[in-house]
Design a protein around this ligand. Sequence first.
Ligand code: PRP
Ligand code: MG
Length: 180
Amino acid sequence: ESPVISDIKAAIRTIPDYPKPGIMFRDITTLLGDTRAFRRTVDELVNPYAGSKVDKIAGIEARGFIVGGAMAHQLSAGFVPIRKKGKLPHQVVSVAYALEYGSDEIEIHADALVAGERVVLVDDLIATGGTATAAVELLRKLGADVVACCFIVDLPELGGAERLRGLGVEVRSLVAFEGH
Ligand code: PRP
Ligand code: MG
């Protein structure tokens, strides 16, 4: 692990038993508020794409918007929001996905992308991978070429990254935490 990655990991705060007993919540607000760690995080996320063509960064509501906007600026790419059901005002494409209890739905504007555009998907964290899997499905419905999915944090025990790789997409994360 490089010193830069150690610094990024150290800037993430862990809150035990939030939002319920037994969960170790990985809180990135401390990282976002740390001038150096936030810049380094964005730099590390965009580095693999320096010199390659990325048309759009797609960010997942809500925390994926924060890093996604910064990445899009840095890469001179457009930004596409993937939002929770009912938030986007124009015609949408939707995908439902299962949660621990019940299900949820995410949406993208139908005209957010042109088929064939190269898109990098980003979120702050991947756990079970349910959200990111649904987001890849949305992007592919619009004909996007999903170049990669990237995350600040991976919780490998929950298998989300493996599940995403099973869709044939490249997955990158900066730090991993064991124990959840
Ligand atoms: C968290 C996190 C990811 C998702 C990961 O978001 O920011 O988006 O869960 O979980 P999964 O891999 O099991 O699908 P959350 O739904 O808590 O909402 P927020 O980003 O709007 O705070
Ligand atoms: Mg989220």
